[in-house]
Design a protein around this ligand. Sequence first.
Ligand code: SAM
Ligand code: SF4
Length: 361
Amino acid sequence: MDLESLLKQQEFGLGELVFLLKTKNEGRTELFEQSQKVKNETVGNKVYFRGLVEFSNVCSKDCLYCGIRKSNSNVVRYNASDEEILESCRFAWENRYGSVVLQSGELSSPAFIKRVDNLLKEIKKLSDDELGITLSCGEQSKETYLKWRESGAHRYLLRIESSNRDLYYKIHPKNVTHSFEKRLVALQLLKETGYQVGTGVMVGLPFQTYEDLANDLLFFKELDIDMCGMGPYIEHEDTPLYQFKDKLMSKQERFDLTLNMIAVLRLLMPDINIASATALQAIDPAGREKALAIGTNVIMPNLTPCVYRKEYQLYEGKPCLDEDAELCRNCLEARIDLVGNEIGYGEWGDSKHYLNRTKKA
Ligand code: SAM
Ligand code: SF4
C-alpha cells in the first residue's frame, strides 16, 4: 500500500486501517504529521479542559479489567459528599476550566439518579450556568438520560470498550448485567436524548487484534460519534484479567498503538473531539501531551478530592495521586504550551461534529 496516497484519503477500508495502525518509524512520523495537520485545519490547536471529578467508586458491575469492580474487596468504597463535589466544580469554574466531567461507578438506584440530578442543578447554579457538564455514569434508562439532560448535562461518555462482541465477553462477565446489546442500546439512547455522545475503547487488551481495533474505528464512524476517549489497557492485580498479563504487548507498545489509533481516528473523523486519556499518563508522564501533538483536543485534569484518589485505582500506576488540583493545573499549562497548543479557557469546546450534524438535521 502507498502510504502517501492513503494519508490523503478520507474514507478507509478495514485493510487500510490495519495498515495505518501498524505503521512504525518513518511511516508513523508521516501519519502523525498528517493527523496533526488535519487536527489544526478542522478543530484547531485549542485544547479544552474538563475537570474530572470521580465522585464515587461504588459500582454494581464486575467488568473483568477494572480495579473498582464490585467484587474487589481490597477497595475502600467512597461517596464524596455533595459539598466536596461542588467544591471541586467551583474550583473548575473559578479557574475557567469551562467544563467538568462527573464520573463514577455504575449504579441505577433511584437515590443515585436523584443525587446526580440534584448535583447537575447545583453545578449550574453555582457557575451561573457557565460550566459545561459531561457525565460518565454508565448505562441508564432513557428516562434517566433524559432527566439528566434536562437538568444540565449535555455530553456523555460511555465507552463500548470493544466493538467485537466476542472480545467484549472476554473482558466482561457474560450475563444480563454486562450485556453487549444493552450497551449498544444505551449509546443509541444517548443520541436520541440529545447528548453529544462519546465512546471509546481500551487499546492492547488481551486477545485484541489489529482487525478488532480497525473495526472499532469503523464502529465509531458508523455510530457517528461526537467525542472519543481511548487509552491503553493497563492491568490491575485485583482483577480477573490480570491472569493474562504475560500475554500483553509491552506497555510502551500499548502506548504507541494508542497514539496510532488516535492519529488514524483524526483522519477518519476530522471534526470530533478526542480526549487524551489519563491512562496515557500512567505509561508516559508526558503521554497526554504527546497525544495532543498528534490529534487529541481535550484533556481532563483530575479534580477528585485528594483523599479519595487512591481508591479510584482503575489500573496500576494511575497518576496524580497526591498532587492537588492547583499544582496539576500549573504543570499542565506549561506542558501544553510545549506542544504548541493553546488552552481554551472558559470555553465549553463543544464537538464541532455535533454542531455540524445537528445543523444538518
Ligand atoms: N462506570 C462508568 C463506565 O464504566 O462507563 C465510568 C467509570 S469507568 C471506571 C471509566 C473507564 O475506565 C471505562 O470506560 C474503562 O475503559 C476505563 N478503565 C477501567 N479499567 C481500566 C484499565 N484496567 N485500564 C484502562 N482503562 C480502564
Ligand atoms: Fe464499574 Fe465502570 Fe469499572 Fe465497569 S468500568 S466495573 S462499570 S466502574
